[in-house]
Design a binder for this molecule. Structure first.
Ligand code: JEW
Length: 221
């Protein structure tokens, strides 16, 4: 899969995407990730990307011209153009699964007060990562890249994929323990030490259901 990102802060994108599973996917050639500076599509001396809002008010708005030029340069008919915006639909695992089917994504990671409304004709999808206020669309774009990358076929090893199967199906995870069997007076539940695989399976299912009911009843509906 190829993912292009259009941003005013390309520096933000080094670090999170250079470690762990995303780094591995890139090295394996399963993800071709390219970060582009929106200022590269300006033509004036000051590389102006924003301007004051018509009608007045605080903040600046991203001008349409550089975004149109960039999208026209980076996207074709097969590209899914996705805009990060606090007014988008909520990004979910189902949307991540859908995006992971695509050959090419172009993520518009905004800044300031957002985009000139007219750029919406360029995009197929508008996504928000949740109900909290952020400073810009950089982290939301990275969240989408992270969630989508691990769903690209071949990115997760068999073990990682198998683990994923049992958890991304609507319930929270069961509790995990590792050695030592007793730590500072806290004991690992006896059943996990028993070697009874059927009993362990049953306990984990119960624990997962209990936790989901207590902490995320919304997931059970
Ligand atoms: C997101 C793109 C671009 C936030 C979440 N938050 C916020 C906000 C911003 C500007 C004006 C009004 C509200 C900051 N911002 C973004 C925030 C995406 C931009 C500027 C965003 N998902 N996506 N929760």
């Amino acid at each position: 899969m190829k993912i292009d990102v259009l941003t005013l802060f390309p520096e933000m994108f080094s670090g999170p995407l250079d470690v762990s599973i995303v780094a591995r996917a890139r090295k394996a050639g399963l993800l071709d990730l390219r970060i582009h500076n929106l200022r590269d599509w300006t033509h004036d001396r000051h590389k102006t990307v924003d301007d004051r809002p018509f009608g007045g008010g605080p903040g600046m708005v991203l001008k349409p011209e550089p975004i149109f030029e960039a999208v026209e340069a980076l996207a074709d008919e097969s590209t899914r153009v996705v805009m990060m915006t606090p007014t988008g639909r909520m990004f979910t695992q189902a949307i991540a699964r859908d995006l992971a089917q695509r050959q090419h994504l172009l993520l518009l990671s905004g800044s300031y007060e957002g985009f000139d409304e007219r750029i919406r004709v360029l995009v197929q999808d508008e996504l928000s990562i949740g109900d909290y206020v952020l400073t810009n669309g950089g982290l939301p774009a990275m969240v989408v890249i992270d969630a989508v990358t691990r769903l690209i076929p071949g990115v997760l090893g068999d073990d990682e994929s198998a683990a994923d199967e049992s958890f991304s199906c609507g319930a929270l995870e069961y509790p995990h323990y590792t050695r030592p069997a007793e730590f500072r007076g806290m004991k690992v539940p006896e059943v996990l030490l028993s070697g009874h695989h059927a009993e362990i399976e049953k306990w984990r299912r119960e624990q997962a259901a209990l936790r989901t009911k207590e902490r995320r009843p919304d997931l059970l509906k």
